[in-house]
Design a protein around this ligand. Structure first.
Ligand code: GLA
Ligand code: GLA
Length: 643
């Protein structure tokens, strides 16, 4: 169940066999290679050198390793960029993003598609039937380094084409976007401009379509690669390695192309990326926050329709966050077990050996820089492999009692039109997840429109645009449904729905939103009634033709209920959020455990795992028989028992 990312092209060939032997010896079964090796595979246009990769694949396979091969399209080589500068991406200010690192291409360029198809064809023809090959990874981390969108002439042209297909006529486009506003009307699709570098903000409908367009392009580009791989490499699965807290494109749509999802888990790096308070950042600096990895495991289990890997697991300090502490002893082992508890099929460390050259010199590996000596993370990985062998095959994950509906277009819509500087959808979604996990409950992520039947509780932190499928899924939910602020507040064309928000949801909620307020830091609106706490950041003014469970100071509804559907009309502070989850789990008659901030539970089949992020120890419930660990779980340690 363990893997590692390996770069044979980084090390002299004499070292490969020993590396492979040592991997096997420490309990590693899978190795991912090749995803950045284009310049070594095609030295000049049509001048291929596969001999070295043939030998590397054979060496790894002969040692008993199962190989995952990456397509090398994250790294177009210099000769290609020089011959076809139209593949280069542009930033929002119109500056070209050039050669010299990676991901220097735009998904809008037809040349780029042709060239990508060509290399994927070549590589998969060569290795599609290799006996050591078990699966493929398409590209590497779509969207990494802010590369989902590009803002050049190629992008403008492709966007105009996308709009033409979608709207058919320019009148329809003008009407949908409301271009009569500020005389923005266009005469033809040739008039379409990039929604950037305008004097004041561009039309949000245009920006939202631009975002959708880029998201669609990634899904299409990925499907193009998958089609070639399936043709040339039957019987092998395909994945892509997604990232943490990157919601720039619709991962569910890319997931539809794949056999399984995977993601790159850098729990400590993400502490700097997520908008935590400084107090929280310091608290979790060396362990990560106990919900960061879990949140993504649950998201990607859903993206992979039940199947996921961790393709890159942080093995020690990384190099790319603002600050990069060394993880506390035990964390690499804990993160590995935690991924498996959430249903990961394989946890693969990035990387085998720390590089003593180039951009990632400060990024740990399982071995010290350039050497054959295991790092702290390497020793913990080996220990985990031994424990895994003792524990044996893990049972399958089961459906959880709680569903959380995650919606990528809502991230785009709220980013385009935050209305209050701190309305951040990903943050809201994470905080709801954290609050329910504090009660010891497991969570499945569900895509909008996905089946919600069988869940005792469905959380929808926010869903701006509610299409027919999403509405039907919510109507069909047989458990309690909790809708958060701004739900149903825009239609497909970024208009306020006729009849006012929550638009299509109003029959379910029995409410009508007449005004919204964003609250600057420091301001809050007290909430009392069935819940207490306060609204921060966002509050709605609501007319309710239904039961009001909690209200703001002026008596307006803060929490309403109609049959099984609850609506919260604000961004809840910590107290209100915790209170809300308590109320919901009681109503849903869910069995809960109140966990301290540093402990989380997770069930996989009949096994229960407890993870302690420290610094205090935690006692497991009495009367259980442990499979791993001790009844007093120390900081950075875990325990497993049978339910
Ligand atoms: C200015 C402009 C108006 C409108 C308002 C919005 O006053 O003249 O067109 O944009 O701001 O507050
Ligand atoms: C990403 C990339 C890897 C590497 C790591 C470093 O996950 O996929 O190539 O750069 O980050 O943490």
């Amino acid at each position: 169940m363990l893997g590692v990312c390996y770069y044979p092209e980084h090390w002299p060939e004499e070292r490969w066999a020993k590396d492979a032997r040592r991997m096997r010896k420490m309990g590693i079964s899978h190795v991912r290679i090749g995803e950045f090796a284009w310049s070594r595979l095609e030295l000049e246009r049509d001048c291929f050198d596969f001999a070295w990769l043939d030998r590397a694949m054979d060496t790894l396979a002969n040692a008993g390793l199962k190989i995952v091969l990456g397509t090398p399209t994250a790294t177009p080589p210099k000769w290609l960029v020089d011959a076809h500068p139209d593949i280069l991406p542009y930033d929002e200010h119109g500056q070209v993003r050039g050669f010299g690192s990676r991901r220097h291409s735009t998904f809008s360029s037809r040349t780029w598609w042709r060239e990508s198809a060509r290399i994927v064809e070549k590589v998969s023809q060569r290795y599609g039937h290799h006996p050591g090959l078990v699966g493929w990874q398409t590209d590497n981390e779509y969207g990494c380094h802010d590369t989902t969108m590009s803002w050049g002439e190629e992008d403008r042209k492709a966007f105009a084409e996308w709009l033409r297909r979608r709207y058919q006529g320019i009148d329809q486009l003008n009407a949908a976007w409301g271009n009569v506003f500020w005389s923005m009307e266009l005469r033809s699709f040739e008039d379409v401009a990039l929604p950037c570098r305008t004097v004041t903000e561009p039309n949000p409908a245009a920006r939202h379509d631009f975002w959708r367009f880029h998201s669609d392009q990634i899904a299409d580009f990925d499907r193009m690669q998958c089609d070639i791989l399936r043709k040339n490499s039957p019987g092998r699965w395909i994945t892509h390695n997604f990232m943490g807290f990157i919601s720039d494109f619709d991962h569910f749509k890319v997931g539809d192309n794949l056999d399984l999802a995977s993601w790159d888990s850098y729990p400590i790096g993400f502490v700097e990326k997520f908008p935590f308070s400084e107090v929280e950042r310091n608290r979790w600096a060396e362990t990560s926050h106990p919900d960061i990895a879990a949140y993504h495991h649950d998201l990607y289990r859903s993206v992979g329709r039940g199947r996921f890997w961790v393709m890159e697991q942080q093995p020690g300090p990384v190099n790319w966050a603002k600050w990069n502490p060394v993880p506390k002893p035990g964390m690499v082992r804990l993160w590995t077990w935690e991924a498996l508890a959430h249903g990961a099929e394989v946890v693969s460390y990035f990387r085998w050996r720390q590089a003593d050259f180039a951009q990632e010199q400060h990024h740990a590996g399982l071995n010290l820089p350039g050497s054959d000596e295991l790092s702290v993370g390497g020793r913990e990985a080996a220990e985990t492999a031994r424990e895994l062998a003792d524990v044996g095959t893990l049972p399958d994950s089961r459906k959880t009692p709680v569903a959380l509906v995650f919606d990528y277009p809502t991230h785009w819509a709220t980013s385009i039109q935050p209305q209050g500087a701190d309305f951040r959808y990903e943050e809201l979604s994470f905080r709801w997840y954290e609050a329910i996990r504090r009660l010891g409950l497991d969570v499945d992520f569900v895509r909008p429109g996905g089946n919600l039947r069988g869940y005792k509780l469905v959380l929808v932190p926010c869903m701006m645009q509610v299409d027919e499928a999403s509405l039907r899924a919510l109507q069909d939910a047989d458990g309690l449904v909790m809708l958060g602020p701004r739900s149903g507040s825009r239609d497909r064309h970024f208009r306020i729905p006729s009849g006012l928000p929550p638009g299509p949801l109003s029959a379910l909620t029995g409410t009508r939103v007449t005004q919204v307020a964003s609250l600057r830091p420091g301001l809050q609106d007290k909430v009392t009634g069935a819940l207490s706490g306060a609204a921060i950041r966002w509050r709605e003014y609501v007319e309710a033709a239904t039961e009001m469970l909690a209200h703001f100071d002026n008596g307006d509804p803060a929490l309403t209920r109609k049959e099984n559907v609850f609506s919260l009309h604000c961004w809840p502070d910590e107290t209100l959020l915790a209170d809300m989850m308590h109320m919901l789990v009681q109503e849903a008659k869910l069995e809960t455990v109140s966990l301290p901030a540093h402990v989380r539970l997770r069930r996989r089949g009949d096994l229960i795992f407890a993870f302690n992020y420290g610094p205090d120890s935690w006692s497991v419930p009495e009367g259980i028989r442990l499979i791993l660990g001790s009844s007093e779980v120390a900081a950075q340690d875990l325990a497993i028992w049978r339910a």
